[in-house]
Design a protein around this ligand. Structure first.
Ligand code: BDP
Length: 690
């Protein structure tokens, strides 16, 4: 079970470890809650659980009067709408205003001997409780707490790619915790613990099935599965998380007995309306539908000569009476064609499909756009759709599961990558039009917007296979809550909560490992943003030409002269023209294109000199040699933590890092050999290339 509790480990705080005695504040809890609610129940039980684990003594629940009359300090939690005079005295009107519906305020009220956690809503109280426990566990002084916080993004969503047979598409941590053998799980305990983990980071929505919806999952919208799904929705509801379903666009045909799924057909429209009514009867606070349509062999409106606006609006209309939303994915491209002309560059596809539709989507439709125009590579450009859709709700999609970034066998802390994307300047409304401002809705004043990401969890005891991959799950939620949080801070919080805060060397060592890991993985895999040098289908391990002659449109165009994809307007696919303002010229010109994206935008000779002063070929050799050395260093750094760490935690990570070091070598040798043979240019430093 090592690692199961993840960052809700609530490690015991030994007496003397903390500056004052937290027990003085935490042995009694008063709940300011007149209308009992499931979310408030979750908040109270989490608070009790956390404090009991950290202090070794269970706090008691007392009434407000008892709390005030008794000796010593206490905790008070609740919503101020309940008329709590104490909460009102503790927090001024400003705090009330500042935090919005999901925020919270925490303050030590010394005069009245209490620490108060207050919010407008029960969900806010729950987030406040998790934040308090985090502060407690990471050593904040209890006698001077004073903070308010609220989420920047309104929708903070998890996408499970789980299938009803128990498998997980691109899952690297065991089987599904939701499904087995075509049934929905009855192990609600595990699902509840997942809901706790998610809520503790601020996640408030989840789509519980794979975007590729097949025969059995299509039946999720029928009596066969709906009652059990309602059971899952109840678990998530208690943690402030709304449940969504991925749907099959062809449902009216497959389960409805209709002969068409044409979005403009009256019977089809009626069918979806009735379906929505049934779903909301079972799950009154159902979130809505997530849809992958006309992509990678999934059905969609194209079959009927309709477009994505027709398709999504039809569903949005059915959900509208209930406040539901349609999340429509923009990962749309033709996976069955080779490049015939420049217009079929896969990187162009999402923009080419969706940009012309801007303004035609209903207000309860959100387009879900992958961070990059290709597919979750270790490095690629930022999707030019961000900023380009002035009149459309947009959310960003990240991939926590490490499909192309080492599959949770290699260490790759992805928060720094995500932050680069979020901080990207689109120039859509002049300077300051960053991606994070598009997806938080502030740039264009959107009603709906936010974050989605593909989950990396499964039935493995530690949730994520690689223990350190938990930091990605944790970090995603924290970033969705507030994209300004530094990657280091997020990593440090995670480390301290999992391993304890008092061993400074351990915290610093793991922090260093996490922060270096993306660059290490990038250095021994595909170079300079070109991507895709993986084995087809499963996408693990090096295969330089694996996708080079396939129909998926993911080429590097390496020959004896050079490598890279010419995406310029002048001589290439014209993709650079999808960007705005100075970005167009930045990427169009080989002279200004950033090194790390050079081969994503340009085809250059191996002898082309980078801004770093190295040639492309020497860069490839050097980074691949260094990558292997740095993977070795990860292993050694971890080995130095042997003493004082729980042996089962230690061993599982040591095993993964040993495997990573071996596989990094394989990457190095295959990539270096390939380019040595193609180019005929030897390593300037004379190292042996196998
Ligand atoms: C790709 C995955 C594939 C997914 C697809 C998607 O390889 O399994 O179905 O994305 O996002 O990354 O729909």
């Amino acid at each position: 079970q090592a690692g199961y509790k993840a960052w809700l480990n609530y490690k015991r705080i030994e007496p003397g470890e903390s500056n004052e005695s937290p027990a003085a504040w935490c042995s009694r809890i008063a709940v300011n809650d007149k209308s009992s609610s499931v979310v408030m129940d979750s908040a109270v039980s989490e608070l009790i659980r956390g404090i009991e684990a950290m202090l070794g003594r269970k706090p008691v629940i007392v009434s407000l009067e008892e709390a005030a009359a008794g000796e010593g300090g206490y905790l008070i939690i609740g919503t101020w709408d309940e008329g709590g005079a104490l909460l009102d005295r503790t927090f001024d009107g400003q705090a009330h205003q500042a935090i919005g519906p999901e925020g919270y305020a925490i303050r030590t009220n010394r005069a009245e001997r209490c620490i108060a956690i207050g919010a407008q809503t029960d969900a806010g109280v729950l987030y406040g409780v998790f934040a308090f426990l985090r502060l407690f566990g990471t050593g904040s002084a209890m006698d001077s707490l004073d903070l308010t916080d609220h989420p920047v993004n309104s929708l903070r969503m998890m996408n499970q790619w789980d299938n009803i047979d128990g498998s997980i598409e691109r899952g690297y941590a065991g089987k599904s915790i939701f499904y087995a053998d075509h049934e929905i799980t009855t192990d609600h305990e595990r699902v509840r613990d997942y809901a706790r983990l998610l809520a503790s980071t601020g996640i408030n929505a989840i789509a519980i099935n794979n975007v590729n919806v097949h025969q059995f999952e299509t039946m999720f919208l029928t009596d066969r599965y709906l009652p059990a799904i309602a059971g899952l929705a109840a678990i998530f509801r208690a943690y402030g998380i709304k449940l969504f379903l991925s749907i099959n666009y062809a449902s009216p045909i497959e389960i409805g007995g209709l002969t068409t799924a044409d979005p403009l057909d009256a019977d089809v429209r009626q069918w979806w309306k009735e379906k929505a009514a049934e779903v909301y009867a079972a799950i009154p606070d159902f979130g809505g539908f997530l849809v992958k349509a006309d992509s990678e062999n999934r059905p969609g409106p194209f079959s009927y000569g309709r477009d994505h606006a027709d398709g999504s609006n039809m569903l949005a209309e059915a959900l509208l009476p209930y406040g539901g939303i349609v999340i429509w994915r923009c990962f749309v491209y033709n996976c069955k064609q080779d490049w015939r002309d420049r217009a079929t560059d896969r990187a162009r596809a999402a923009y080419d499909h969706f940009k012309p539709l801007d303004g035609r989507f209903m207000d309860n439709v959100i387009l879900q756009v992958k961070n990059g125009p290709m597919d979750f590579q270790v490095r690629e450009g930022v999707s030019p759709l961000f900023g380009a859709m002035e009149k459309t709700n947009l959310m960003i999609e990240f991939q926590i599961t490490q499909e192309y970034t080492g599959q949770q066998r290699h260490l790759c802390y992805l928060v720094p990558q995500w932050k680069e994307v979020l901080d990207f300047e689109t120039y859509a409304q002049g300077e300051g039009s960053t991606v994070k401002r598009v997806v938080d809705g502030s740039l264009y004043g959107n009603r709906h917007s936010g974050f989605a990401a593909v989950s990396n969890i499964g039935s493995d005891a530690n949730w994520t296979g690689h223990l350190l991959a938990q930091a990605n799950l944790y970090g995603y939620g924290r970033l969705a809550w507030n994209p300004e949080l530094p990657a280091e801070q997020i990593a440090e919080e995670w480390i301290q909560q999992v391993f304890g805060a008092c061993n400074k060397k351990l915290v610093q060592t793991i922090l260093g490992m996490l922060m270096a890991s993306w660059s290490i993985y990038e250095s021994y895999t595909s170079p300079l943003g070109v991507g895709w040098m993986v084995n087809p289908d499963h996408h693990y391990g090096p295969n330089v030409d694996g996708y080079e002659y396939s129909k998926w449109g993911t080429y590097h165009f390496a020959d004896l002269h050079g490598i890279g994809v010419d995406r310029t307007m002048k001589t290439g696919t014209g993709y650079t023209g999808q960007y705005q303002g100075p970005n167009v010229e930045l990427y169009e010109s080989v002279a200004t294109c950033p090194d790390e994206l050079l081969l994503f935008f340009h085809h250059v000779p191996y002898t082309h000199v980078l801004h770093s002063g190295k040639t492309v070929i020497q860069h490839i050799y050097d980074t691949h040699f260094e990558g292997v050395e740095r993977a070795e260093q990860l292993k050694e750094a971890w080995a130095s933590l042997n003493e004082g760490m729980d042996p089962s935690l230690f061993a599982q990570v040591a095993d993964r890092l040993a495997e990573q070091a071996v596989h990094a070598r394989e990457w190095r040798d295959i990539v270096n050999t390939y380019f040595y043979r193609k180019s005929g240019i030897p390593d300037a430093r004379g190292r042996t290339i196998y």
